[in-house]
Design a protein around this ligand. Sequence first.
Ligand code: PTT
Ligand code: SF4
Length: 610
Amino acid sequence: MIPLHGWNGRILRVDLTKRKTAAEAYNADFALKFIGGRGFAAKILWDETKPGLDPFSPDSRLVFATGPLTGFSLPSSGKLVVAAKSPLTGGYGDGNIGTLAAVHLRRAGFDALILQGKAEKPSYVTVENEKVEVLDAEGLWGLGAIEAERKLREKHGKDLGILTIGPAGENLVKYATIVSQEGRAGGRPGVGAVMGSKKAKAIVIKGTKNLVAADPNGMRTLGMEGYKDVLAKPNYAFWKRQGTMATIEWSQTNSVLPSFNFREGIFDEAEKIGGTFMETIKTSQKGCPNCNMTCGNVVTDAEKQPSELDYENVAMLGSNIGLGDLKQVAVLNRLADDFGLDTISLGNVIGFAMEASEKKLIMEKVEWGDFHEAKRLVGEIAYRRGIGDLLSKGTKAVAEKLGRDSPKWAMHAKGLEVSGYDCHSAPAMALAYGTCSIGAHHKEAWIISWEVTFGRESYGVEKVDKLIELQRIRGGAFESLTVCRLPWVELGFGLDWYPKLFKAATGVELSWNELYAVGDRIYSLIRAFWVREYGSNWSRAMDQPPQRWFEEPLTKGPFKGATLDRQRYDQMLSSYYERHGWNQRGIPYKATLEKLGLGDVSQQLGKLAP
Ligand code: PTT
Ligand code: SF4
C-alpha cells in the first residue's frame, strides 16, 4: 500500500476469461507521475497492450479510472474516465462520465478498475467493497442502457453506481459509448464497443468505506467553501437555467454552429433549438454526483419521453443534420442514450449520409432535416442493419468506401468525428481538433471562446501557446484529477482551488506548474501510444482537421467566403510540435520522453522515436 492519503493505492482487475479478480497495489511514484484518471489509463494501456492489438481482442484492456479528488465532498467531483484502444481510430481513446459509479468505486477502496478477457456469455460485474463477482446477464443483454440500469437498480438497490452499454455496444458499433444514470454517457471513440466485445453488459459498484483525506478537517472546510463559491458566481442562476444549451445561441451569433454537415456556421432555425426555447419545454434538472451546479436539462421529447439535452447533442443532431425541431432532436438524443451511441459521431454520420444522398453516392433517400429518416438510421446503426452496418463504422470508413470526393467532407480528425464547432474561420479551434489526443473533440481545448474575442484571423504563435495552456489544464489536470472542468470554464471557479484541494486530499504540495508538467507527460505518452500503433504510417497528416474547412468556403453569414489557410495552419502545427519537444512528424524526441520521466516509453518506441 502506498504511504499516501487521498489515493486508495489499489486497482481492481477483473479477468472475464478466467473469471478471476485481483486487487493490485500501486506505488507512490505511479501516483505522483500520473495523478489518476486519464494519466493512469494511458500508462496502463501503454504497459499492458501490445502494438497492433485488435481493440476487440480479449487481450484488450478497458480502464475505468478516478483521481485523487474524485468522490470527496467538493464541487463536481463525481467523474470517471473510461479508456481503451479505440476501435474507431486505432489510437488512444477515452471519455469522461459523471456517475455515481465513480464515487462508489473510490468508496469500495479502488482508484481504478481494469476489465480484461472476454466472458463466455453475456455477463455483468458487481463490486461490493472487496467482494467482486461476475454474474450472468441473461435478461439484460439486448436491453437499452436505460432499461438495463433500471432493472439492475431494482435487483441491487438504489445506493450504488451503475455503468451499462446499450445495443450499440453489444453490436460493436465503433462509436458506442458507456452510459450511466439515464443520460450521462462517455467514451466517444467506441469505448462502449470494447465493453461489448468483452460481453460485459454492466458494472454495478457499491462502496461503503470512508474516503480518507490527508487533512480531513481541511478537506471538509475547503469543500464547503468551494460549494459556496460556486453558488455565489454571477452566472450561476443563468447556468442552472440553460447549462451548455446557451451555446447554441452563442455559436449562431459567432457563425460556428455546425450546419448541414459543417458546410455552414449558421442555421436559419437556430432559435427553435436554442437554450431560450429549451427553457419552455424543460421539465427538470439532472446532474452528476457531488455537483451543486447541475446542468442536465431534461425536456419532454416529441414522443412524450424524457430526454437530457446538452449543447453538443443538439448541435450535432439538430443544425448539423438540418433539423430545426428541438422535441424531435430530443427523440434522437434519447435513442442515442438508450442505444449507447455517441451523439456527436452519430450527428456527423447522419449529416454525412444526408449529403451523400443529395450527391447520389448512396441509393437511400435521406433528406436534410428529415426526422423520420434520421430516426430510422439511428436504429439501423445501433443494430447494424442495412446501410446502418456501413454507417456504424464512422465517417472516415464510410468515405473510404464511397469514394469520389467524399473524404473531403468526412468531418473527422484521426478518425474521430468533429464535435460542435465549425472552424472555417477559427484556426485555433481547428488546431485544437487536429491535435486533441483522442481525435476531433473539444474536451481538451474549447479555445474557440477565447479565439472569437482575441481575433479569428490570426494564425500566430500566441494561439499555439494558448492551446497548449488549455490542453495542459483541461486534458492534463482535470482529466487526471478527474473532476468536472465546468465550474472553472463556465462560472469562473478559480484554478487556485485545485492545488489547495489536492494538498488537503493527498498531503502533497503541487503547483500549477507541476500540474502542467504532468499534463505534458500525459500528452507525450498518449502521442507515443498513437505512434506505436501507426508505426511508419504515422505522419503530420494525422493532425489535420477536415479538408472541407480549407477548400469549401462558407456561403452565408458574417464570415461568408471564409476558409482555413493550409500553409498557415501548418506553421501553427510546426510551432505546436516544437513547443512539445516533438519532431516535425509530431513524434516526441527521445530526449523529450526522458526529460518527462518516460525513459521506458522512449526505449520501447525504439527506432520510432527520433
Ligand atoms: C463528451 C461528449 C459531450 S461533451 C457531449 S455533450 W458536452 C455528448 N454527450 C452525449 C450524451 O449526453 N449522450 C450520448 N449518447 N452521447 C454523448 N456524446 C457526447 O459526449 C457531460 C458534461 C459535458 S456536456 C461536458 S461538455 C463536459 N465534459 C467534461 C469532460 O470531458 N471532462 C471533464 N473533466 N469534465 C467535463 N464536464 C462536462 O461534462 P465524453 P457526461 Mg460525457 C448524455 O463523455 O466521451 O467525454 O464526450 O459525460 O457525464 O454526460 O457529462 O456540451
Ligand atoms: Fe456534471 Fe454539469 Fe455538474 Fe459538471 S457541471 S459535474 S457536467 S452536472
